[in-house]
Design a protein around this ligand. Structure first.
Ligand SMILES: Cc1ncc(COP(=O)(O)O)c(C=O)c1O
Length: 394
């Protein structure tokens, strides 16, 4: 038997063992867990007639997010992508700015930067956290930027590096404490892309609450879902007010007149989606318990593997284990695609990581540092089926 076949078989067997699902042969990457009782708030929203941008469930969902994150200011949006765009708009990001973006990333961050006519500046990650390599970034900024009254200036482009969108990859915290330190001294505003990290904590603090603002996604593939939806949180009340304004077509307050004080967007979450989000957040703890159990089962199933290791949450982190991640030993990275194809043939829908931002056709000219870690990780990383219903206790 070829080496790639031996490895694939071992991985398939281990995944099946971890999942331990006797009912189904199909194992999707991440499906939502929606129970019959989740329909009650949706019915209520429909019966109330408030299905769009106002309604009781928007308030209820918002309240639950505040309680979970201990953040006083929340705005609900139509998606995580629109949350990112709104946050950058509210920060005043424009064409004179660059925004630091980890190279191993979902596409929404760079797009939100481009939608503000600013420039994504690609930075490397580390394998230890799957997030920004803070030491490497600090050294890079020391050599390639200087501080002026305007902020941190890129020596080459002369643009202001105004913000950094840190990613908590697959729900696991990046090196957020050290990152915050090196950005603060350069007056670079930290936004946390916590799209995948609802219910994830570091040092008992919810992810998304370390920086100036954090965003979440409630897309159907996330730990909890509102069908489609997102949120922005921040300790800065005025910032959230501005986010709310911009995501509500910048409409002025009046009983019946329609007027708008700047160009805004219709980025609001509809009440009908908030109703599902509310039903889902009520059982977030149960879902996360199930996901933690699955993570333990993956760690056990793969503990003796010579070929691949399961990513292990760091000390002081209490993550939602959104996805279980396998990282191939360097020697076997050349088999990644064969392994993925074999799993899919066996109805185990594993996936590689996102294509790197630096390899994305319209981002080729973006300023960037050496990106060797993200390149290495991309070649070796496989996302394993991690739906919340395995081990879920009603
Ligand atoms: C890391 C990350 N950022 C942003 C988003 C965007 O969220 P949405 O799909 O709700 O627009 C996602 C969701 O897929 C994501 O995984």
């Amino acid at each position: 038997m070829s080496k790639s076949k031996i490895i694939s078989e071992e991985i398939i067997n281990n995944i099946k063992h971890a999942i331990n699902d006797k009912k189904s042969n199909f194992h999707h990457l991440h499906e939502p867990l929606i129970e019959k009782k989740d329909l009650n708030p949706i019915k209520h929203a429909i019966n109330s007639g408030f299905v769009s941008s106002i309604g009781k469930h928007l308030k209820l969902f918002e309240k639950k997010i505040k309680k979970l994150t201990k953040s006083n200011n929340v705005v609900l949006t139509s998606s995580g992508s629109t949350a990112l765009h709104t946050a950058l708009l509210a920060l005043g990001i424009n064409k004179s700015h660059e925004v630091l973006i980890p190279n191993f990333n979902y596409i929404a961050s760079v797009n939100s930067v481009l939608m503000c006519s600013a420039t994504p500046h690609l930075i490397d990650i580390e394998e230890k956290t799957l997030g920004i390599d803070v030491k490497k970034l600090d050294n890079y900024l020391k050599k390639n930027t200087y501080q002026s009254k305007k902020g941190c200036i890129n020596i080459k482009t002369k643009k202001i590096i105004k913000s950094c969108i840190a990613l908590h990859t697959y729900g696991y915290p990046c090196d957020i404490i050290n990152l915050k330190k090196i950005l603060r001294k350069r007056k670079i505003v930290l936004i946390e892309d916590s799209a995948e990290a609802v219910g994830s904590f570091f040092n008992k603090k919810h992810l998304g609450t370390f920086g100036y603002a954090g965003i979440f996604s409630f897309n159907g593939n996330k730990t909890i879902t509102s069908g489609g939806g997102g949120a922005i949180i921040s300790n800065n009340k005025n910032f959230i007010k501005r986010c709310k304004h911009l995501s509500t077509t910048a409409k002025g307050k009046h009983k019946y007149l329609f007027f708008h004080d700047t160009m805004g967007y219709n980025y609001r979450m509809p009440n009908i989606n908030a109703a599902l989000g509310y039903a889902q957040i009520l059982k977030l703890n149960k879902i996360i318990n199930a996901k933690r159990k699955l993570n333990q089962r993956y760690l056990n199933a793969f503990k003796n593997s010579k070929y691949i290791k399961i990513y292990l949450d760091r000390k002081n982190s209490n993550s939602n284990n959104w996805l279980n991640i396998g990282i191939l030993n360097h020697k076997y990275s050349k088999f990644r695609n064969t392994i993925i194809s074999s799993c899919i043939k066996n109805k185990i829908f594993v996936r590689p990581g996102w294509s790197l931002m630096s390899e994305t056709i319209y981002l080729k000219k973006c300023p960037k540092m050496n990106l060797s870690n993200s390149k290495s990780l991309f070649n070796r990383l496989i996302c394993f089926p991690s739906s919340p219903y395995y081990n879920y206790k009603k």
